[in-house]
Design a protein around this ligand. Structure first.
Ligand SMILES: [Zn+2]
Length: 85
């Protein structure tokens, strides 16, 4: 899990949604609303590996250049719920 101190400067880390730019097949995409943590002192952004894997997956799955992480996750939930019915 997350530590509450920034690895870079030791500042306080707070929960924050962030935007991540990722290159997929030579196209730069922006993923918005990615859940993560951010240092309140230096602005260093921390996103865990599981979230990062999802970001990569969404970037590959959706054709848009700007992708809303929260929206993708909501759609994924709907798919899972449908499969369980
Ligand atoms: Zn920091």
């Amino acid at each position: 899990m997350f530590t509450n101190k920034c690895k870079r400067c030791g500042g306080k880390v707070i929960s924050a949604n962030t935007n991540i730019e990722i290159e997929t097949n030579g196209v730069l995409k922006t993923i918005t609303n990615v859940p993560g943590e951010k240092c309140s002192k230096c602005g260093h952004i921390i996103v865990d590996n599981i979230t990062m894997e999802k970001v990569k997956q969404y970037a590959a799955d959706y054709p848009a250049n700007t992708i809303d992480y929260a929206m993708c996750e909501a759609e994924e939930m709907v798919v899972i719920q449908t499969l369980l019915l």
